[in-house]
Design a protein around this ligand. Structure first.
Ligand code: FES
Length: 148
């Protein structure tokens, strides 16, 4: 990641992004989806960690008190704030056991969103190490997977 990619990147005005609700942008060599939901902005890698599905049109649901985007491709759930993979660990053969949602850990790289003078900026995540969504973002991400 070059130094320019770790400084805040101007996305658009807050007004424009609120109207759009979701916007894909390219920052450096990554495609990021910026989401405005219930008065809060979120940014994450635009391609789902599972198989690269585009998240821009995913439904947003609250699961275990966490807002999650549901990938349209295979319905994987990803928390908006942390990029956590959330899955239903219920046993369909055990009808007495209530649904149980568990975390797979951080699977999707999320990025920082800031507002300055009515404009929205995204700063790419500096979290070290390989996160699964890196695979669908860059050649470097695919190379890093082999080392992980
Ligand atoms: Fe997103 Fe499979 S690509 S759930």
């Amino acid at each position: 990641m070059s130094e320019e990619e770790t400084v805040p990147f101007l996305v658009a005005s807050k007004k424009e992004l609120i109207e759009a609700k979701r916007t894909n942008i390219t920052v450096g060599d990554r495609v990021i989806v910026v989401i405005h939901h219930q008065g809060v902005f979120y940014a994450m890698d635009a391609h789902c960690y599972h198989a690269g599905g585009s998240l821009i049109n995913g439904d947003i649901e609250e699961i275990n008190n966490k807002l999650c985007i549901v990938c349209p491709k295979h319905k994987y759930k990803i928390s908006l704030a942390e990029g956590e993979g959330i899955y239903n660990a219920s046993n369909p053969k055990d009808k007495d056991k209530p649904p149980c949602w568990l975390s797979k850990g951080i699977k999707q790289r999320v990025h920082k969103v800031t507002e300055v003078d009515g404009n929205i900026y995204v700063t790419l995540s500096k979290t070290p190490g390989w996160i699964e969504s890196d695979y669908y973002q860059t050649e470097k991400g695919r190379a890093e997977m082999k080392k992980a």
